[in-house]
Design a binder for this molecule. Sequence first.
Ligand code: NAG
Ligand code: NAG
Ligand code: NAG
Ligand code: NAG
Length: 507
Amino acid sequence: MEPSAGKLSFLRNVVVRLLLFGLFIVIVRFAYVITLAGESCTIGDFCFFSPSLNLAVPGTRSAALAVRAAASSGSAAVPERYASKDWINGVRFYSSYFQDLIAGGFLSPAAKSLCVETPTGRDVLGLREIGVTDAVGISRKASRPLVMSGEGTRIPFANGTFDFVFAGEGALERSPLPAEFAAEIARTLKPEGFAAFHVKANDTYSFNSFVDLFNFCCNVVKINDVIGFDSSMSHVREIVVKKERYGIYSHSNSISNGKCSVPEYKRKLVRNAEALIEEEPLKPWITLKKNVKNIRYLSSMVDISFKDRYVYVDVGARSYGSSIASWFRKQYPKQNKTFHVYAIEADKTFHQEYGLKKGVTLLPYAAWVRNESLVFEINHGPGEKVQGKGRGMGRIQPMQSSGGFDGVEVEKIPGFDFADWLKNTVSKNDFVVMKMDVEGTEFDLIPRLFETGAICLVDEIFLECHYNRWQRCCPGQRSPKYEKTYDQCLQLFTSLRQSGVLVHQWF
Ligand SMILES: *[C@@H]1O[C@H](CO)[C@@H](O)[C@H](O)[C@H]1NC(C)=O
Ligand SMILES: *[C@@H]1O[C@H](CO)[C@@H](O)[C@H](O)[C@H]1NC(C)=O
Ligand SMILES: *[C@@H]1O[C@H](CO)[C@@H](O)[C@H](O)[C@H]1NC(C)=O
Ligand SMILES: *[C@@H]1O[C@H](CO)[C@@H](O)[C@H](O)[C@H]1NC(C)=O
């Protein structure tokens, strides 16, 4: 019996030592997490087993990789998240998506990779799962071990760091500064590196905006529509761009030489716009006002993401409340974008109130076809106070022809070359909406916009055309204020639309 008793105590010894060793490891690990990693170690996240076990995504190729990745960096993430359906579906979706990119030659397992604005890091894990191990994510709020802190518009990496950058879940279109976002991706990408985007917008207008946004660095090399993995993005458009080694110098749509033609995809939109009113209205003050309800706004037909800036130009703005506040701010569909407003108004009466308005630039001049002084009539509606609300800017004329204004109060004002200003102020990467109500001067300004090519910078125009309309006050009498006829106005609208400009009849 001696030998067997010795064997037993030996075994007991081994078991006790193993247990002690196990306990030792746990304590050391705990101490490490608390002291060195500086993160609290909750019961649910016992730093050793839970996150790693839950990270294993059923059905993906190498869950072990994820386990090691997570365990080795002492994750403080809430483990339940890794077990959720959302998480698992997302990681699966991205794994299979990135596998396709590898097959297509846009990504390699050795690629140093970045996922931008990824709050959860599912895409990062998706990359690691298929063997792209050198992958990390950035998001405003870090979520270790997969995601560190950083923003798309300020990527915390040096120039030319990555072979592959991914921006999923509509991150680019959600960004308030898509141009900065694009510039940062181009900056951190190595020459001939690839960037892939998942966006919601899938219309032609937004695709062209996207192409223009990356025009400075990159070419689109792949575009594909796929089904997404959750309801927030049921349709996903994937776009892959390649950073060109020597940059891109062609600016085929440049208008610096004056001429431009509206591209076909914009012409198509014009065909979807509301019909023009062909018959001269007998009660224009009703018909034209009602017509506003029929307007098909550009931003209700297409996605306006991927633009550099969003700009509203109100030519003949009058008081802040008259169209900027009451219509543009309230009714124009802005898709959550912040617009900068340029108010062009020569009448001094209205200037003071613009002083305090945020996001509004007042140009206290008259929009004209060149830089020169003008005179304009001051309209006094019948029975209205001279300095009151009814005061509006009347017809403007160059100084030399001011002789025709017998008996009408006139004022001298500076006029400026509006088309020239527009070309210096906005670019074709901006989204530009314009309202024009200039008391007949539209017959000078619109042709000038065509001549200079500035018309191609405007996405949508709301134009009030001034003609000898039937008057409300005096049945059977036309307004003596304007010489043009309704037909001439209709011609102006028709020619604008035929040239591909989305113009609406304003009142
Ligand atoms: C990084 O790239 C940006 C833009 O491409 C450039 O302006 C900057 O000078 C570069 N910085 C360095 C350190 O090369
Ligand atoms: C574009 O997206 C909409 C919904 O956002 C969807 O109904 C439509 O089928 C998509 N078109 C394509 C070509 O995927
Ligand atoms: C609009 O922006 C606000 C704040 O930036 C955000 O909370 C909201 O969800 C956005 N709405 C849409 C439709 O994108
Ligand atoms: C008109 O005047 C503005 C402001 O002084 C100036 O910037 C612009 O170049 C002038 N335009 C032309 C065509 O002379």
